[in-house]
Design a binder for this molecule. Structure first.
Ligand SMILES: NC(=O)c1ccc[n+]([C@@H]2O[C@H](COP(=O)([O-])OP(=O)(O)OC[C@H]3O[C@@H](n4cnc5c(N)ncnc54)[C@H](OP(=O)(O)O)[C@@H]3O)[C@@H](O)[C@H]2O)c1
Length: 350
């Protein structure tokens, strides 16, 4: 059993425990002082608030594969050392700067930042905060922005998934994979074939709404998808692993299928054989969630609002697979890196 406060996949959606941590005078934060080395946890001074900024006492920070890549120096966006990782969090507003009207002290919020959320406090511009609706817990809220934001945007804006279509998702029991299943099935009314690296992960994907699963460490992904779709193939593939899995997912598509590249968790960036696009009139596209923040903020923001709303309405059920304390941040990173995680891993600041 991992050293986690709450292990095993569990669905959350009810209010969590109390709030109000982190004063304005100094706080504990995870620090990446050297790339590809264990993180440190240190006391750091609180910065003064600038106009439009809000200080939030963080309850939970979502851990993303991107945080791990950033701390290894392998992420597309580079940070200056030392830095605190963490791009999404839930918490309670403790202080507001001049000109802040969107929130006030005591508000329960979910927030997004370019980094620095893996800490007891986080300072962000007011537009990077969304109020957590009643009935949605801090745990669930911290699991939403990246995984569900990515899943919602790729299904709606990139792949344009239609009711009844079949969506194949790789790393299907991971944070983003389960979010794709949840939204594809419960909001987009599609069918999902989940592909994952173990029988236990396949089992979880099935319990989470997938119609079928494929353990790609044991079977041929392409052959299994073709068998499960009577030789037709999947309409959409959401691909997070890269390497040979990407190629197999591409070969698993139906006529006029769409493949959406979201990442390379396996470490190998694949090339696309153009003949495979031509043969079945296939479209290949990318999806980079955080880029929407700069390129189309209204869409970025409304997507986070909509997944919070779906959660409040009970349409979706974020799966928090493990909660680690801030002092256990290196165990949390290893948990994901060693492919032991399922669902969302979050870091607690309690
Ligand atoms: N483009 C975007 O905007 C965006 C947003 C969110 C996430 N992502 C990407 O989506 C992928 C999943 O991210 P996540 O945060 O949701 O993580 P995650 O899926 O919870 O964890 C990563 C999973 O990737 C699979 N994997 C395959 N080979 C691996 C390897 N060599 N090392 C580690 N994991 C490996 C494992 O699942 P199996 O054992 O089942 O293979 C593992 O559980 C990542 O590539 C991430 O960069 C992209």
């Amino acid at each position: 059993m991992e050293r986690v406060m709450a292990a095993a996949a569990r669905r959350v959606g009810v209010p969590g425990r109390g709030c109000g941590r982190g004063g304005a005078r100094g706080y504990r934060a995870a620090l990446c002082a050297e790339l590809a080395k264990p993180l440190l946890v240190r006391d750091v001074p609180s910065p003064p608030l600038q106009p439009q900024q809000v200080r939030v006492g963080v309850h939970y920070c979502g851990l993303n594969f991107a945080d791990i890549l950033a701390c290894q120096g392998l992420y597309q966006e580079k940070h200056t050392l030392p830095f605190t990782p963490g791009m999404e969090f839930s918490g309670t507003v403790t202080e507001t700067g001049e000109g802040v009207s969107a929130v006030k002290a005591g508000c329960r919020v979910v927030g997004v930042t370019a980094g620095a959320a893996m800490a007891q406090q986080c300072v962000v511009h007011q537009k990077m905060l969304w109020q957590i609706p009643g009935g949605v817990s801090h745990e669930a809220a911290a699991a939403l922005p990246v995984a569900y934001g990515t899943a919602a945007l790729l299904l709606r804006r990139r792949a344009r998934v239609q009711p009844g279509e079949t969506v194949l998702v790789t790393a299907g029991a991971g944070a983003t994979g389960l979010a794709v299943i949840d939204l594809a099935v419960n909001v987009f009314k599609a069918k999902v074939i989940a592909a994952a690296g173990s029988d236990a992960k396949c089992e979880l994907a099935l319990k989470s709404g997938a119609s079928h699963s494929v353990n790609y460490s044991q079977s041929s992904l392409r052959d299994e998808v073709m068998r499960l779709t009577d030789g037709r193939g999947a309409d959409v593939a959401v691909e997070a692993v890269g390497g040979d899995i990407f190629k197999a997912a591409l070969q698993s598509l139906a006529w006029e299928g769409r493949i959406v590249v979201i990442g390379f968790a396996g470490g190998k960036i694949p090339s696309i054989p153009a003949n495979l696009l031509l043969l079945k009139n296939v479209s290949a596209m990318g999806m980079y969630w955080s880029r929407y923040q700069k390129e189309n903020f209204p869409v970025f923001s409304s997507t986070i609002s909509s997944v919070l709303e779906y959660c409040q309405e009970g349409k979706i059920h974020p799966n928090v697979g493990a909660i680690f304390k801030l002092e256990e941040v290196n165990e949390a990173f290893n948990h994901v890196l060693q492919r032991r995680s399922t669902g969302k891993v979050i870091i607690s600041m309690k």
